[in-house]
Design a protein around this ligand. Structure first.
Ligand code: SF4
Length: 121
């Protein structure tokens, strides 16, 4: 039985199966870079929700967000702890005008990572 480790590259829709022990066999440089990153420092864009509260203190809802960049997999739980504690207070007008792609929270926990809305209100 072979123990060859194969990683499916997700850098483009081709979804090539890449041999991690023979990077030269990977069809393109983007794939080689993806596999190298997966082996040494795998990173992911994280999607979650944060609480958004109206400045009148009455309305509160969850807003779907994503990180502005991919973050190391080892930091995902730390980020999730931070997002759980976040409650963004906005005016009622601001809440109703949130658009997909808006930066909702800048530099969470001093990480340099922003949280970006993934849906409109
Ligand atoms: S190896 Fe290259 S062609 Fe294949 S999925 Fe990755 S980026 Fe696309």
């Amino acid at each position: 039985m072979s123990t060859k480790k194969i990683i499916t590259c997700i850098s483009c829709p081709m979804g090539c199966d890449c041999d991690t022990e023979n990077l030269e066999s990977i069809t393109c440089s983007a794939g080689r870079k993806y596999v190298q990153n997966e082996l040494t420092n795998p990173q992911r864009v994280v999607t979650t929700t944060i609480r958004v509260k109206g400045s009148n203190g009455r309305s509160s809802s969850l807003l779907p967000v994503r990180t502005s960049t991919a973050i190391p997999k080892n930091d995902i739980f730390k980020l999730m702890d931070l997002t759980r504690k976040v409650e963004v207070e906005l005016s009622a007008d601001s809440i109703s005008s949130i658009k997909c792609g808006d930066i909702i929270f800048k530099d969470i926990g001093g990480s340099g990572i922003d949280l970006i809305a993934t849906s409109s209100k």
